[in-house]
Design a protein around this ligand. Structure first.
Ligand code: CP
Length: 306
């Protein structure tokens, strides 16, 4: 039995198979409409979510399966003090596979140790968000045609943004990618990522504090929200929240084929006027999130279409 706790839990071969399956699902979804008949997905969300929880649920429903779970830990026995370990032992009696989001880093890994069903990390604190990364990889592969040889700009809250951490971990596995890390000084990537992932793998990267000057270099611009919920004091959040706002004027400095991605939710960091720019693909990205989660559920349950 396999769990997905980190984007590195899949080998490159497994990742490529998953992406190929997701592409096939996107082309002929009806072919997959009953592959999970009789199977149940539990969504255990201890933190708010729109896309991740609902795209997991849509994915299982699209595959002909059923869903159960909670979207607010206050409405579950967690509010009475039940541990993650006990919760997953019980959920293993009710469902075939589980997606868990938790504010504590490592909580889905703990769940996996006590689970009799595959556990998928749907975001743990500021740590990892592997299924967002799978979504990002599918979006890039489909719309850019390759996962290699790209200059990737990551902009915003690179300290707390778990989607950024997972995406860097994933993209360093493909050749000739370089990174431009655009953030205020206080929101730079954690040092372990700089040392153990970028420097240790001889990846070309630079860290800058201005977006406009680097726009012409980018193949991809991955915008992120400043993560209000991870700040210790509101003053710092207010001071930093509007550090970068992508607008139509800034887009004039970008290449004609640069893509703008964002894991969403967006707050102020992308002006709504950018939404109509054909290079803004963040809503398509959300659609790809359903296809890749369908592929992941099928793969972890060992199911194939006949
Ligand atoms: N991208 C993402 O994780 O969105 P949600 O927080 O709405 O799930």
């Amino acid at each position: 039995m396999k769990h997905i706790i980190s984007p590195l839990d899949l080998s490159i071969e497994e990742l490529n198979d998953l992406l190929a399956l997701a592409t096939d699902i996107s082309k002929q979804p009806e072919r997959y409409s009953s592959v999970c008949k009789g199977k149940k997905l539990a969504t255990l969300f201890y933190e708010p979510s729109t896309r991740t929880r609902l795209s997991f649920e849509a994915a299982m429903l699209n595959l002909g399966g059923s869903v159960l779970g909670f979207s607010d830990s206050a409405s579950s026995s967690v509010s009475k003090g039940e541990s993650v370990a006990d919760t997953i032992r019980v959920i293993s009696c009710y469902a075939d596979i589980c997606a868990m989001r938790h504010p504590k880093e490592g909580a889905p890994m703990v769940a996996a140790q006590f689970s009799r069903i595959p556990v998928i990390n749907a975001g743990d604190g500021g740590h990892n968000h592997p299924t967002q990364t799978l979504t990002d990889l599918l979006t890039i592969k489909e719309l850019k045609g390759s996962l290699s040889g790209l200059t990737i700009g990551l902009c915003g809250d690179l300290k707390f943004g778990r989607t950024v951490h997972s995406l860097i971990n994933a993209m360093v596995r493909y050749p000739d990618n370089r990174f431009i890390l655009i953030s205020p000084e206080e929101l730079k990537i954690p040092d372990y990522l700089r040392q153990e992932v970028l420097i240790a793998n001889n990846i070309t990267f630079k860290e800058v504090q201005q977006l406009e000057p680097v726009m012409p270099e980018l193949d991809l611009l991955y915008m992120t929200r400043v993560q209000k919920e991870r700040f210790f004091n509101e003053e710092d959040y207010i001071r930093l929240r509007d550090s970068f706002i992508l607008d139509s004027e800034k887009m004039t400095h970008a290449r004609k084929d640069m893509l703008v991605l964002h894991p969403l939710p967006r707050v102020n960091e992308i002006s709504v006027e950018v939404d109509n720019d054909p290079r803004a693909v963040y809503f398509q990205q959300a659609q790809y999130g359903v296809y890749i989660r369908m592929a992941l559920i099928m793969t972890l349950l060992g199911l194939e279409v006949k």
